[in-house]
Design a protein around this ligand. Structure first.
Ligand code: HSE
Length: 412
């Protein structure tokens, strides 16, 4: 029997306990021994529940107990999660976490400690919820040179955008629903401003480059500026709007960004809706592979944590070589990224045609009519720096009366 501890008995932590209980026999058969929860660290007492007798409020009880071999961190946030995880690894315990903020900020150091102590620091649940993505990267795609990872990596924003797209729901209402379903982060800003996606694409990029990625270098836009009118244009164009994180490895340079993206019906991510995540990984030999499933929520995320516990249980005396080194991976300047741009402008296209064409040349124009005093155009593929220059020309061309660029969204 292997004794384990859970730090943080919220949505995911209680899910871990539930998965361990429900699949106790299956896990024992696969691991060869049972996983037994000895302690649960939380501020609350949970009186009258089955876990009451396991609750501790003092972290040192877990850290000092040599019988505890595997510790789960499902507290979220950076502190005290970082201090507790570091102490556990230093004490020779394996750690499995769902905390992407922790992995993105301190992964380099925690992985190094795990290597030194011959234990494992595992974080399958930190990206894609219940979808296997970390293990495929370090195991199944070991023989590949990864060229690109592009994914819908945040369940909350995908849920919100799907509701806005399919049901015309307001942003605020959809966010409240996502929070009630337990998808959202403690602070919803991390989801809707794209920070959660940014940390996840940083982790994936570090996994494939083998180097540390500073998530602050990744250009990040969220979805708070996306409106129902944008979805009306998207619909007319046969596209949808998704929050995407992307990382492209090309000629020794890494281009990474997070932003809302208009994608067409033939794109593999188009059908990824609700809380689901979808991740495309392109390798130089295998071509395109895709990973799809529940990207957030109690049991899917807990399932990934438990899989890491099982992985640690099968490697109790050795460190599995995963992760990245302390060497820094430079992210190419955002200006160099190439994509198409969807631009909404106030006024009528007939009046503004010359100005748009003077700035951007001939573009696809979308005019919804419907009494809207505006139109939109779609540029060809261009570097962000070139788009910014052309946009300046357009703004100069537009008279004061029409000096309104209403929206800019990337398009694939
Ligand atoms: N808030 C995150 C999401 C949780 O919605 O995807 C899973 O990482």
């Amino acid at each position: 029997m292997i004794k384990v501890a859970i730090m943080g008995y919220g949505t995911i932590g209680s899910g871990v306990n539930e998965v361990l209980e429900t699949n106790r026999k299956i896990l024992a058969e696969k691991i060869g021994q049972e996983l037994e929860v000895k302690y649960i660290l939380d501020l609350r007492d949970f009186p009258g529940t089955s876990v009451e007798g396991k609750i501790v409020h003092d972290f040192s009880v877990i850290c000092r107990d040599e019988e505890v071999k595997i510790v789960v961190e499902t507290m979220g946030g950076l502190e005290p999660a970082y201090t507790f995880v570091k102490s556990c690894l230093e004490a020779g315990k394996h750690v499995a976490t769902s905390n992407k903020a922790l992995v993105a900020a301190y992964g380099t150091e925690l992985l190094a400690i795990a290597r030194e102590k011959k234990v494992n620091f595992l974080f399958e649940a930190s990206v894609g919820g219940g979808i296997p993505i970390i293990r495929p990267l370090y195991r199944c795609l070991m023989g590949e040179k990864i060229q690109e990872i592009t994914g819908i990596l945040n369940g909350t924003t995908n849920f919100i955008l799907t509701k806005m797209d399919k049901e015309g729901t307001s942003f605020d209402r959809a966010l409240k629903e996502a929070q009630a379903l337990g998808y959202a982060e403690r602070n919803p800003e991390a989801d809707v401003e794209g920070h959660d996606t940014c940390r996840k694409i940083a982790i994936l990029t570090a996994m494939v480059t083998g180097r540390e990625v500073d998530y602050e270098e990744i250009s990040t836009e969220g979805i708070t500026g996306i409106t129902d009118v944008d979805f009306r244009y998207a619909d007319a164009m046969g596209t949808s709007i998704k929050l995407v994180g992307s990382s492209r490895m090309e000629s020794g340079r890494v281009h990474a960004w997070v932003a809302p993206l208009m994608i067409g019906r033939d794109h593999p991510l188009y059908g990824v809706s609700d809380v689901n995540n979808g991740i495309i990984v392109k390798g130089n030999m295998v071509g395109t592979t895709m990973y799809y499933g529940s990207g957030a929520g109690k049991l899917p995320t807990a399932s990934a944590v438990v899989a890491d516990m099982a992985e640690a249980a099968r490697h109790l005396d050795s460190n599995i070589p995963i992760g990245w080194s302390g060497e820094k991976q430079v992210i190419a300047p955002a200006d160099e990224e190439v994509c198409r741009f969807f631009v909404r402008v106030s006024g009528s296209f007939e009046d503004r045609r010359d100005m748009v064409e003077a700035a951007f040349g001939k573009c696809r124009v979308i005019d919804l009519g419907q009494g809207l005093d505006e139109f939109a155009f779609l540029t060809g593929p261009m570097k962000r720096s070139r788009f910014a220059e052309n946009l300046e020309i357009l703004k100069v061309e537009l008279t004061a009366e029409y000096q309104n660029v209403l929206q800019i969204i990337r398009a694939e």
